[in-house]
Design a protein around this ligand. Structure first.
Ligand code: NAD
Ligand code: UGA
Length: 463
């Protein structure tokens, strides 16, 4: 089976970049990305590709190359489903905010809507690919909806989770560690698996394309995120012990990371991990374990989240304590709001929670982030519903450069590890601040000795 037409439902952080790379690498395949969000599609079609809705290094060039050739962004969902042989489902699967499993389980309402729409529209056999991160055995539910509400056509369901990280999405997609494809072990299932393998084989070595059964594939995605997040919580737990004992967490991380069995990656102590997935996926894993009665398994993984929440709160507490136990009416400047560098995504960013804590203490927060808009920052705070929209707007002032944002500040807190922060004239910033001037480095990106020699009272994580 040769694939020539692909449709992807969901033009978000996964659907957009993933399909752009497939289109770039497979000029013989027509790729149409559809979304219900008209503004998002309009932005993807912006004549100036620098204005596409997702900032990722290298992405706008790829979109510029493929868009209009074999890459299309559209709101015509039915048409794209009808025409495609393969339909990727890349919609959001947030934590449920209502009903059974509230605050833990993944909300699958968008997935179900996609399945129903595919079933309604499809008049020919289709391969349906789970690209979204889903609870193990979701394919069963999708299959049931497709088979029971469809027009009698055959559907093959594949699980093909995405492992890209934001900020490095393009390089991750171009050079993935592996591509995982789960499918049925029936002859029809194998035809579908091979068809998708052939798409990726246009640019990925075949020995990096792993095929498994559907359930292993679904569960491997949750497991990968749980393991990555666990490493961060583990080193963050050590960072608190380092602060009490005189050990330095950067030195500890380096020392253990040189053990080839441990490895150096994902050992950077921080103010806490953010992003749309780690917390959501671990909560989902905890919920699944509990639903099978596996309470020890659930408790084990839940601790990763408990530690992460503690780390965020610990950071804001440290700011308050260090500033003589009061930040009321003090100006505190945040450098960074995104959950990590090189992305404009702020979902679950530690900055939101640290700001919320400090505003509760009546601090005035000034923020500079190279890629995040004022509206986004305010809507992140409003989403917590801690206080009124007006109160948030009064407590948060947004600047378009760090020097202006820091003038007259009592303290600076680094919340995102943007490279440009390490290139600043820190003498100039120090001179413009209230004294004593405090610097809380939530990402350990500055050299403690250097900034202390300027005059800052410096507090990193874990030293
Ligand atoms: P997102 O919110 O950025 O994008 C999802 C898009 O789907 C939105 O634009 C939304 O309008 C659209 N959508 C929802 N229901 C729809 C429907 N019925 N029809 C058409 N469009 C619809 O989400 P995301 O970050 O791209 O994540 C998508 C999935 O991929 C999630 O399951 C996530 O866990 C997983 N994932 C995300 C990342 C990441 O880095 N963000 C990485 C790997 C996996
Ligand atoms: C993560 C995974 O790395 C991807 O493989 C996965 O596909 C994705 O989640 C997903 O499923 O959504 P992402 O959240 O985009 O990717 O970014 P990461 O690089 O994993 O960073 C997550 C958070 O952990 C960030 O806040 C980052 O600053 C923090 N982090 C990361 C640390 O605090 N220390 C580290 O050593 C590494």
């Amino acid at each position: 089976m040769k694939i020539t037409k692909i449709c992807c439902i969901g033009a978000g952080y996964v659907g957009g970049p993933t399909m752009a790379v497939i289109a770039q690498k497979c000029p013989h395949i027509q790729v149409t990305v559809v979304d219900l969000n008209e503004q998002r599609i309009k932005d993807w079609n912006d004549p100036n590709t620098d204005n596409i809705p997702i900032y990722e290094p290298g992405l706008s060039q790829i979109v510029a190359e493929a868009r209009g050739r074999n890459l299309f962004f559209s709101t015509e969902v039915d048409k794209a489903i009808d025409e495609a042989q393969v339909i990727f489902i890349s919609v959001n699967t947030p934590t449920k905010t209502y009903g059974k499993g509230k605050g833990m389980a993944a909300d699958l309402k968008y997935i179900e809507l996609c399945a129903r729409q595919i079933a309604k529209v499809a008049k020919h056999n289709k391969i349906v690919v789970e690209k979204s991160t889903l609870p193990v055995r979701t394919a069963e539910a999708i299959k049931s909806i497709l088979d029971n509400t469809g027009n009698g056509v055959q559907f093959q369901i594949l699980s093909n989770p995405e492992f890209l990280a934001e900020g490095t999405a393009v390089t991750d997609l171009l050079n993935p560690d592996r591509i995982l494809i789960g499918g049925d072990t029936t002859p029809e299932g194998e035809v579908a698996i091979n068809a998708l393998v052939d798409v990726y084989a246009n640019w990925v070595d075949k020995d990096k394309i792993l095929t498994t059964n559907v359930w292993s594939s679904e569960l491997s995605k949750l497991t990968a995120n749980a393991f990555l997040a666990q490493r961060i919580s583990s080193i963050n737990a050590m960072s608190e012990l380092c602060e009490k004992t005189g050990a330095d967490v950067n030195e500890v991380a380096k020392a253990i990371g040189m053990d080839s069995r441990i490895g150096p990656k994902f050992l950077k102590a921080s103010v806490g991990f953010g992003g749309s997935c780690f917390q959501k996926d671990i909560l989902n894993l905890v919920y699944i374990a509990k639903s099978y009665g596996l309470n020890e398994v659930a408790d084990y993984w839940e601790q990763v989240i408990i530690m992460n929440d503690h780390q965020k709160r610990r950071f804001s507490n440290k700011i308050v304590q260090t500033l003589y136990n009061t930040v009321a009416d003090k100006k505190i400047t945040f450098l960074g709001w995104a959950f990590k560098k090189d992305t404009n995504d702020t979902r679950e960013s530690a900055a939101i929670y640290v700001a919320d804590d400090l505003i509760n203490e009546q601090a005035k927060i000034s923020v500079y982030d190279p890629k995040v808009s004022r509206n986004k920052m305010l809507s992140d705070l409003d989403y917590l519903q801690t206080r009124s929209v007006e109160e948030n707007s009064n407590a948060l002032t947004i600047f378009d450069n760090a020097y202006e944002a820091s003038k007259g500040a009592h303290a600076i807190a680094i919340l995102t590890e943007w490279d440009e922060f390490t290139t600043y004239d820190w003498h100039k910033i120090y001179d413009s601040m209230h004294k004593p001037a405090f610097l809380f480095d939530g990402r350990n990106i500055l050299d403690a000795k250097e900034v202390e020699s300027i005059g800052f009272i410096y507090k990193g994580i874990g030293s």
